[in-house]
Design a protein around this ligand. Sequence first.
Ligand code: FAD
Length: 502
Amino acid sequence: MRTKEEYIKGLAKMKRNIYYDGRLIDRTDDLQKETLDVMGVTFEEALKPENQELCTAISHLTGERINRFNHIHQNKQDLHNKQDMTRMLCQKVGGCIQRCMGIDGTNAIYNVSYEADKANNGATQYHENFKKWLVRFQTDDLVGCCAQTDTKGDRMLRPADQPNPSAYVRIKERLKDGIVVEGCKLHISEASVADEVLVVPTRALRPEDKDYAVAFAVPGDWDGMKQVVTIHNFRKREHYKRGFMPGYTDSYLLFEDCFIPWERVFLAGEHLMGGVCALLFALFHRHSYSGCKPAIGDIILGTAALTAEVNNIQKESHVREKLAEIIMTSELGYAAGYTASDLGKPELYIPGMGFVPFGPGSYIPHSIYCNVGRCLTGEAVYREAEILCDLAGGVVATFPHENDFKNPETGELLLKYTRRNPKMPVEDQANFWRYLGDQLCSATGGIMNLGNYHGGGSPIMEQIAITTQYDIESRKKLVKYLAGMSGGDSDVLANKIREGKK
Ligand SMILES: Cc1cc2nc3c(=O)[nH]c(=O)nc-3n(C[C@H](O)[C@H](O)[C@H](O)COP(=O)(O)OP(=O)(O)OC[C@H]3O[C@@H](n4cnc5c(N)ncnc54)[C@H](O)[C@@H]3O)c2cc1C
């Protein structure tokens, strides 16, 4: 496993293909320092003996110890550990830990490439190629990001019907030694600090959309791919440092006549498997969310409780109600993820077929619980921001800049008028408003809210998954029985519970 420093050294050697605000930048540019510090935590924590169980795993391919973010889930415990590792690391950095896209993308492709080869009766070697790629990914302790979201053009048109044929990333040409792709993936988190970019389809595909059924992996500086990055840093601190200063990036990935050799292609034209790959990445990612969103809930809870304390309103009953609301949302999201892990199997829900064995035996979390947890907690993002806004009052929006507290003409006066709770040092009260201003009032705070709301799929996507996969008919039969209507059945759900199915 690598150290943070070795990871950054690796990035420094990559070709310059990242554009920021009109100019090319290095991956190690100062602007990306905070982002590298967040990713660095995934290396540092994995090397600590006390984190061995949570943050590392034994590769089923090499038998070597690897970073858990590069692991393929072999059993339920792996799913539990991924959820708990995610919660712990997100707590440490005060937000997204950034490396989950890699583990979610690799687990999706691992399963889908196997099934695609099976359906092709051995005419393709996607899975073997993917395993070779994966051994290097694990052994070299690489960071992966996952590029799923396409530009999608007119939302009412499917990929092959779009006026711009590259509104979704597509295979433009098939050659003897590989494929040529064109299109743009957007909002791709941490692509600018990733060693490898995994590309998967966005949505269910029809036979005529087959050129959009494409999955592959390339290094972040691959020829034919440009990145245009937005970098999300908080206001710099000169005098009053935070305990941890995180940063994030998201890239548009522009593929122009980009050649991908067959050994890096894991799906190329199998429209059904393309749709399954989209679903499966989203499913693994929604499971990761059951680790990160409860961590963000932990931070919001601590922030809300401290806001009340600074304002000396902590004993008021409306504060208790708000704290309880945050705890209930966070822990229900965690419980949903825990259940999804515990009911995990090498099985996948396929619309029209129900749960079927899927992949070479690695574990997939239960779909209903992943979707329920993500939707419930994702929709709460703006309610939680509203609670913080309510408890804080206006000070958080207009708190003066650092140097005004250093200026002898204003500093003492500002501190005098910052004091609220007489039992808390006034310098701590000032630092708290600076922190809450970062979270609640900055551009980066706003971007994080959008990511927390839409990341892993907007709530509507989970609602579609839940209602198409949930057995609503059995519930109707039960109520028909209870109401004395024809076609009722008092035992239909009891049978499922006896069989251990939900
Ligand atoms: C900060 C951030 C980080 C992200 N990181 C990643 C990443 O690392 N990798 C990645 O692949 N993606 C990433 N995403 C993308 C995220 O998954 C998408 O934003 C999400 O899936 C929603 O897609 P969209 O943005 O295209 O919105 P849209 O899907 O366009 O949604 C906008 C609205 O249109 C509605 N709508 C869309 N299509 C239809 C339709 N056919 N019928 C009816 N209504 C429709 C939606 O319900 C919604 O109300 C990130 C997003 C953000 C904000």
